[in-house]
Design a binder for this molecule. Structure first.
Ligand SMILES: Cc1ncc(COP(=O)(O)O)c(C=O)c1O
Ligand SMILES: N[C@@H](CCCC[NH3+])C(=O)O
Length: 431
C-alpha cells in the first residue's frame, strides 16, 4: 500500500497524522473513516498557488459532492476556496457552516423549485444553469423578487474522456447541460434577451471524473475560449468567467499515474493563455472545481477483519465489518483500492485474498484478489484513498448505521461526523 500524506510506519505499525491506526480503531471503533486534514489542506493550497488564485483572481471551487461535512466547509472557507454545491442539502450545509454565499456555485440538472428559491434567498453567487426549465423558473422567481441573478450556462462540449462510463459527462449523449454541437446552445443564446433578470456572466463545462490525460482538458479549454469569442461577436454578450469543471484523476493503485495538481494547473493556465492570444481575446477569470483530487488520498477507512472463508483452488474471502454501505465505488464503478493490516505493514506472510463487505449482496466486494501481509481475524484493515465519494455516497442499506469520521492532525484526533446510533437509524420512521 502506498503511503499517502502524513502516513508513516513505525515498528511495523501505521500512523496517520501522528496517531496509530490501531489506537484510532480502539478509541473510535470500526468501520471508521480517517481524515488526514493536513493533506487535504496541502492539496487546497497547491490549487490556490498553481491555479493563480491571487495573481489572476482565478477561483478554485471545491466540489462538495466528494465529501462535505460541516467541518469540510469550514476548512474550504479557511483555505480561501469557493464551493460547488449540487442540492438543497449541500447548500444548507454551506449555510450552516457560515460559508460565504457569494462564493457558492449552485449546480444540478434538475434543481427543484424549492432548491431554486432557497438558492435565491440565501444569495448564492452563481447558478450554473443546466436547461431551459431552470432558466424559466429562475427568471420568474427573480422577477417576482425584483432581483437579478448572475448565472453560468452549463455546456456539453462533446468531449469523450477516457474514464468509466458512469462518470463521463462531456459527451453529447449526456443528461447535463446545453449541447454545443447540435445547435442547442446557440438557440438558447439567440433568445437570451428574454431573460431580463438573469446576467449571463460565465460558461461552465465538466468533462468527467478520474481523468488522467491532460489532453481532453486542453481540448475543453480550446472549445470554451473559442465560444467566449463567438458569443461576444455573434450575440454581443461578454463572458467574463469560464468554469472548466473538475475531474483530475488520483492514485488509487499502482495502475494509476496521475498528474500532480501543479502539473494540471500549469498545463491549463498555459493553454488558456495561448488559446486567448491566438483568438485575440482577453483571458477570462478561470474557475476549476476539484473534488476527488483534494480529498481522495486524504481519507482512509479502518475495518475489523471478521470471518475468513478459504475456498480451495478458488479464492479466500475475508469479510470486514463495513462494505458497500461505506464505499459503493467498487460495486458501482469496479473501482480498485490498496489495503494493508495496520500493524503488519512490512511483515507477515503474503497472501492473496478478496475483501468482502457484510451486506447481503454478492456484489458487496471491496477489493477482489489483493495481495496482503499477515491477515487474520481480529486484525484492523485499512483501505487507503477512500476520502472522496466514500462517506458522501454512503447508505443505510441493510440498516447498517453510518460510520464515524475522525480527523487527525499533529498527533490529535477529533470526531467530525459521529457514528450513527441504532436510535438515529430509526429517527425518521413512524410506527
Ligand atoms: C459539475 C462537476 N464539477 C465537479 C466535479 C468534481 O469532480 P472530481 O471529484 O472528479 O474533481 C464533478 C464530479 O464529477 C461534477 O459533476
Ligand atoms: N461519484 C463518482 C464521481 C463523481 C461524479 C460526479 N459528477 C466517483 O465516485 O467516482
Amino acid at each position: 500500500m502506498k503511503l499517502q500524506g502524513t502516513m508513516s510506519v513505525k515498528n511495523d505499525e501505521l500512523y496517520i497524522g501522528g496517531i496509530s491506526c490501531l489506537e484510532l480503531a480502539k478509541t473510535y471503533k470500526t468501520p471508521l473513516y480517517v481524515f488526514d486534514e493536513q493533506l487535504a489542506r496541502e492539496n487546497c493550497r497547491e490549487y490556490v498557488k498553481h491555479f493563480k488564485v491571487k495573481e489572476h483572481r482565478n477561483r478554485v471551487a471545491y466540489a462538495g459532492k466528494a465529501f462535505l461535512p460541516l467541518h469540510m466547509c469550514q476548512l474550504i472557507k479557511e483555505e480561501g476556496l469557493y464551493l460547488d454545491v449540487v442540492s438543497g442539502g449541500e447548500l444548507y450545509t454551506a449555510h450552516k457552516a457560515q460559508f460565504p454565499m457569494e462564493n457558492v456555485l449552485f449546480h444540478g440538472n434538475n434543481k427543484t423549485i424549492d432548491e431554486i428559491k432557497m438558492g435565491l434567498e440565501l444569495g448564492v453567487g452563481r447558478f450554473v444553469v443546466d436547461n431551459y426549465y431552470e432558466l424559466d423558473l429562475l427568471e420568474q422567481f427573480c422577477k417576482e423578487r425584483g432581483t437579478s441573478q448572475a448565472i453560468y450556462l452549463r455546456i456539453t462540449p462533446g468531449i469523450e474522456a477516457h474514464t468509466h462510463d458512469y462518470i463521463k459527462t462531456g459527451q453529447i449523449d449526456s443528461k447535463f447541460g446545453f449541447t454545443l454541437t447540435n445547435g442547442d446552445l446557440y438557440e438558447c443564446l439567440a433568445s437570451f434577451h428574454r431573460y431580463e433578470h438573469l446576467q449571463l456572466v460565465g460558461l461552465h463545462a465538466h468533462i468527467g471524473s478520474q481523468i488522467f490525460d491532460v489532453e481532453p482538458f486542453l481540448d475543453e479549454v480550446d472549445i470554451m475560449m473559442s465560444l467566449v469569442k463567438e458569443i461576444k461577436e455573434t450575440y454581443g454578450i461578454q463572458i467574463r468567467e469560464v468554469d472548466l469543471g473538475g475531474g483530475v484523476g488520483v492514485y488509487y493503485t499502482k495502475n494509476d499515474q496521475p498528474k500532480t495538481i501543479q502539473q494540471f494547473c500549469e498545463a491549463m493556465i498555459e493553454k488558456v493563455e495561448k488559446s486567448c492570444q491566438k483568438l485575440g481575446i482577453n483571458v477570462p477569470t478561470l474557475i476549476v472545481e476539484p473534488g476527488r483530487s483534494i480529498v481522495a488520498n486524504a481519507g482512509s477507512t479502518l475495518y475489523t477483519v471478521g470471518s475468513m472463508k478459504d475456498i480451495k483452488d478458488v479464492r479466500t474471502y475475508v469479510s470486514v465489518d463495513g462494505g458497500m454501505t461505506d464505499n459503493i465505488r467498487p460495486s458501482l464503478y469496479q473501482a480498485r483500492y490498496e489495503c494493508a493490516i495496520v500493524n503488519k505493514m512490512r511483515t507477515g506472510d503474503q497472501k492473496q485474498v478478496t475483501i468482502a463487505g457484510k451486506c447481503c449482496e454478492s456484489g458487496d466486494i471491496l477489493i477482489t484478489d489483493v495481495d496482503i501481509k499477515g491477515i487474520e481475524t481480529g486484525d484492523i484493515l485499512i483501505i487507503a484513498s477512500t476520502g472522496a465519494y466514500g462517506y458522501s455516497m454512503s447508505s443505510n442499506y441493510n440498516k447498517i448505521p453510518k460510520a464515524a469520521v475522525v480527523s487527525v492532525q499533529n498527533g490529535k484526533s477529533r470526531v467530525i461526523c459521529k457514528r450513527q446510533t441504532l436510535e438515529e437509524l430509526l429517527a425518521l420512521e413512524v410506527l
